[in-house]
Design a protein around this ligand. Structure first.
Ligand code: SAM
Length: 281
């Protein structure tokens, strides 16, 4: 199992944008229910061990009354096991900078979506045992807050409508879990290394299992290079999107984009620029 270079960093705000867009698409009659979601990369808070993206996603859908099924994939077996077993999420706030403010808002949103109040818990019980000393040293007076995972998720984990699977997004066979209505793979692809071929493999594995007109939420690691590297151009970007069967829906940040699966995957409509085969070789 490759352990090196894997980041499990996550934030409380993750998942909200994706979920809110699924809800809008369902309400607009553009996605049918139950939606079948693919989430790649669970994440794990350094001290509390929980991810946040999946919980925000399912909390938002639950609150909006959008029924769902889901497959959650991660490379690390311990994160998959955690997701299958976890009943509560933990958070702490320390400073009042902008990021913290965003996190506080996200926590209130999560509590509202799931219809619960927070509980203040005993820090020594909820911090991962190997991290307790470091946590006490770094955050001596911090309060830890807890809330339950979404009730619908707990039920769906029990009846297998939501499954968590260990696998590498480059190679895992997703066919048995799809086709998906919406897929998110954010803060994962940059970890596949600098070979565009590996990134493409992972993206094609996702998009080929998303139904036509489904939503695909990705951060493409090569986009920041477009402005600087003359071998990347708008033509290359368009052709890559064609290859992946995607059409831009809208940006969230610099390189975080919500796409619509609009083309059959692998059938480019534009002529491939000469530099593309070099990138994918
Ligand atoms: C930085 S975290 C992001 C988690 C979550 N998507 C978020 O944005 O909060 C990356 C996650 O992807 C997982 N991961 C890394 N490489 C992967 C791969 N090749 N296939 C599946 N999961 C992978 C890591 O184990 C980790 O949980």
């Amino acid at each position: 199992m490759p352990k090196t270079n894997i980041s499990t960093e996550t934030r409380l705000t993750r998942g909200q944008f994706f979920a809110e867009n699924i809800v809008s698409a369902v309400r607009g009659g553009n996605l049918s229910t139950p939606v079948n979601i693919l989430l790649v990369g669970i994440g794990s808070h350094r001290y509390f061990g929980c991810g946040y993206e999946a919980y925000n996603t399912f909390a938002c859908l639950e609150h909006a009354g959008v029924d769902y099924r889901a497959t959650v994939v991660d490379l690390l077996p311990e994160l998959v096991a955690d997701f299958q077993e976890r009943g509560e999420l933990y958070v702490s706030f320390r400073t009042l900078n902008d990021l913290e403010n965003e996190s506080r808002k996200a926590w209130s949103q999560y509590l509202q979506w799931t219809g619960q109040g927070e509980k203040i818990v005993d820090t020594s019980q909820v911090v991962i045992p190997s991290q307790r000393r470091g946590f006490r040293r770094e955050f001596p007076n911090v309060v830890v807050r807890a809330a339950k995972i979404p009730a619908s998720l707990e039920q769906k984990l029990g009846n297998q409508e939501v499954v968590a699977v260990q696998g590498n997004i480059k190679s895992i066979d997703l066919q048995q879990y799809g086709p998906f209505t919406a897929a998110a793979c954010v803060n994962v692809l940059y970890q596949l290394g600098r070979e565009p071929r590996d990134t493409m493999k992972a993206i094609l594995n996702i998009t080929s299992n998303v139904e036509r007109s489904g939503l695909v939420y990705l951060d493409l690691p090569w986009l920041p290079f477009f402005n600087f590297d003359p071998s990347f151009s708008v033509d290359v970007e368009n052709s890559l999107q064609d290859l992946m069967g995607l059409e831009r829906n809208h940006f969230q940040g610099d390189n975080v984009i919500l796409y619509r699966k609009s083309l059959p995957y692998g059938s480019p409509t534009r002529r491939l620029p000469r530099s593309l085969p070099i990138l994918l070789r």
